[in-house]
Design a binder for this molecule. Structure first.
Ligand code: HSE
Length: 401
């Protein structure tokens, strides 16, 4: 029997206990032995909950108990999660975590400590909730050079954009509704400003190339400026507007960003709606491979955490190699990234648009005194310089087709 401790009895932590109880038999079979939760660490007590007898408030009880061989960290944030996880690894315990802030900030270091101690630091649930994507990147896509990763990595914003597209509603109204339904957090900043997706694409890109990508280096733009009018244009050309975490290697340079993009139905991510996430990885031999499923939610995320627990049990005292060097991988400046842009400007500057951007095909979004068009591929810097000369510029959205 393997004894584990769960740090944090919130949504994911309680989900982990639930998955372990509900699927105890099949998990024991796959892990080769039973898995028992010995401790739950939380600041709170849970009177009436079956875990109450296991609740401890002092982490040292767990850290110093030699019976605990796996620590599940589902607290979120880096303080005190980082110290707790580091201590666990240093004392020879494997760690399974759902915490993307922790993994994005300290992944390389924690992977190294795990390796040196012949234990495992596993984080399948940190990106894409229940979707298996970390393990495939580490263990399945090992014959390919990864050319590109493109992911719908945040359920809250995908839900909001899907609703805006279907109902023609404004961002603020849909956000309010999503909060009332419990889909969006009371403080939705991390989701709607793209910070959550930024950490996730930083983790995926670090793993794809085996080197540290700092999330602070990734250009990040959220969905707060996307309007109902933008969707009228998108509809007119049969496009969807989604927010992506993307990274790609072009000519040896790494480009990465989080930003809304217009895509058409030839993109495999076109129909990924509501709270679902999907990640499309392009390998130089394999071509496109796509991972789709529930990117958030108690059971789905807990399922991914428990799959890590099973992996850790199967690999007791054996480190499953994860290549994540702490040597930093430079992200090319955003100014140099080449993109196409959908642009809205006032009708009065049509002539100027033709002079600056060449032959353009106007898009009618049914809104008076303005029109839209799509530019050729150009550097971000060149686009920004050109568009700064337009008095009637309304907005721009990058185009992923
Ligand atoms: N807030 C996140 C989302 C939860 O909406 O996708 C999963 O990381």
């Amino acid at each position: 029997m393997i004894k584990i401790a769960v740090l944090g009895y919130g949504t994911v932590g309680s989900g982990v206990v639930e998955v372990l109880n509900t699927n105890a038999k099949v998990i024991a079979k796959r892990a080769g032995q039973e898995v028992e939760v010995k401790y739950v660490l939380d600041l709170r007590d849970f009177p009436g909950d079956p875990v109450q007898s296991k609740v401890v408030h002092d982490y040292s009880i767990i850290a110093e108990d030699p019976e605990i061989s796996i620590v599940v960290e589902t607290m979120g944030g880096t303080k005190p999660a980082y110290e707790f996880v580091k201590t666990a690894l240093q004392s020879g315990k494997s760690v399974c975590t759902s915490n993307k802030e922790l993994v994005a900030a300290y992944g390389a270091e924690l992977v190294h400590i795990a390796k040196s101690k012949k234990v495992n630091f596993l984080f399948e649930a940190s990106v894409g909730g229940g979707i298996p994507v970390i393990r495939p990147l580490n263990q399945s896509l090992t014959a390919d050079k990864i050319e590109q990763i493109n992911g719908i990595l945040n359920g809250t914003t995908n839900y909001i954009l899907t609703k805006m597209a279907k109902e023609g509603s404004d961002f603020a109204d849909v956000l309010k509704e999503a909060q009332e339904l419990g889909y969006a957090e009371k403080d939705p900043t991390a989701d709607v400003e793209g910070y959550d997706a930024c950490r996730k694409i930083a983790i995926l890109t670090s793993l794809a190339y085996g080197q540290q990508v700092d999330y602070e280096d990734i250009y990040t733009e959220g969905i707060t400026k996307i309007t109902a009018e933008d969707f009228r244009y998108a509809k007119a050309i049969g496009a969807a507007i989604k927010i992506f975490g993307s990274s790609k290697k072009v000519g040896g340079k790494l480009y990465a960003m989080v930003a809304p993009q217009m895509i058409k139905n030839d993109n495999p991510l076109f129909s990924v709606d509501d709270v679902f996430n999907a990640i499309c990885v392009t390998g130089n031999m394999l071509g496109d491979v796509m991972f789709y499923g529930k990117g958030a939610g108690k059971e789905a995320t807990a399922s991914a955490v428990v799959s890590d627990v099973v992996d850790a049990v199967k690999h007791m005292n054996v480190n499953v190699m994860t290549i994540w060097e702490d040597e930093k991988q430079e992200v090319a400046p955003m100014d140099e990234m080449e993109n196409r842009f959908f642009v809205r400007i006032g009708a009065s500057e049509k002539g100027k648009a033709e002079a600056e951007f060449g032959e353009i095909e106007p898009i009618d979004g049914g809104i008076s005194d303005e029109f839209g068009f799509i530019t050729e591929k150009m550097k971000e810097k060149d686009f920004n310089e050109k568009i700064a000369g337009f008095d009637s510029f309304i907005t721009r959205i990058r185009v992923g087709f």
